[in-house]
Write a protein that binds this ligand. Structure first.
Ligand code: FE
Ligand code: FE
Ligand code: ZN
Length: 277
């Protein structure tokens, strides 16, 4: 069975997201843990969480993906910004303890002008501090497009972070098709080789989720602009191969395409039709 959903607005709470997911034919979803621009999270409504968990069980929703605000930068030059990333993610992970079967994805960070090596050290340090506390949620590093000074632009950079994290058993990777393509990995013509490379550098056992997006731009452009499924440089045939690849097909897929709910519903229906059970 294809495990697929999309990014949903969390402003109305968990039960509302669960209902939106079911309405559009999804069986999972992604959400921002708080306003993506940062800011304080509303207190968790435990009644809403309880109702959601019941609803999720009845409707077969599983493996939801929490996404950290993309403005956090664990590799920032300014210590107070790094501290803010740490406090925010710590708070997110504590809250997520109320939601079993969730994973937590974040953008590793941008080294600004400090160099990738320093960025990698700062990100690993950030994770080592977070992991001083025990959480049941797996933390995912997202593969990045390499826009500006983003760290995580290659499989090697992610590997270097993982290698410096003591409790790396608590880390996974989220493979974003737009980012990987924009980063220069040719998943259109060489998906098999790209996945072999992922396996030899990072290890496929780390791969826990896929962000399924087309790209507005071309291979290796380092831009990070998502396109609707089949309307970009990756194209429908390549994305169909992604969801059906033996190494990927049992992972949860999350659409982050420029769509409102009806557009997501269409893409989910299309992809379900192309999936080989
Ligand atoms: Fe992301
Ligand atoms: Fe993504
Ligand atoms: Zn992106």
């Amino acid at each position: 069975m294809l495990r697929i959903g999309c990014h949903l607005s969390s402003s109305k709470g968990f039960l509302a997201m669960g209902k939106d997911a079911v309405k559009i034919g999804a069986n999972t979803f992604q959400f921002f843990t708080r306003n993506p621009r940062g800011g304080k999270a509303k207190p968790l409504d435990l009644e809403d969480v309880k109702n959601y968990l019941q609803f999720a069980q009845e409707n077969g929703i599983g493996k939801i993906l929490a996404h950290a605000p993309y403005t956090l930068n664990a590799a920032a030059k300014d210590e107070s910004l790094r501290e803010f990333a740490y406090e925010t993610m710590l708070d997110d992970l504590r809250r997520l303890e109320h939601i079993p079967d969730a994973m937590y994805n974040f953008h590793p960070g941008s080294h600004v002008s400090q160099g990738a090596e320093r960025g990698i050290d700062l990100i690993a340090n950030h994770l080592n501090r977070l992991f001083e506390e025990e959480f049941s949620t797996t933390v995912l590093l997202e593969t990045m497009a390499g826009k500006g000074s983003e760290v995580g632009r290659s499989f090697e950079e992610l590997r270097s972070i993982i290698d410096k994290v003591e409790r790396s058993d608590r880390l996974g990777v989220c493979f974003d098709t737009c980012h990987v393509f924009d980063g220069g990995y040719d998943i259109v013509n060489r998906l098999d080789e790209v996945l072999k490379e992922f396996d030899s550098v990072i290890g496929l056992k780390r791969l826990k989720a896929v962000h399924l997006n087309d790209s507005l731009n071309t291979l290796g452009c380092h831009k990070d602009r998502h396109a609707r499924i089949g309307e970009g440089g990756i194209g429908l045939a390549a994305l169909t191969a992604v969801i059906n690849d033996e190494r990927l097909k049992n992972l949860p897929f999350y659409l982050e395409t420029p769509n409102e709910l009806p557009g997501y519903q269409q893409e989910i229906e299309l992809l379900k039709g192309l999936y080989q059970d």
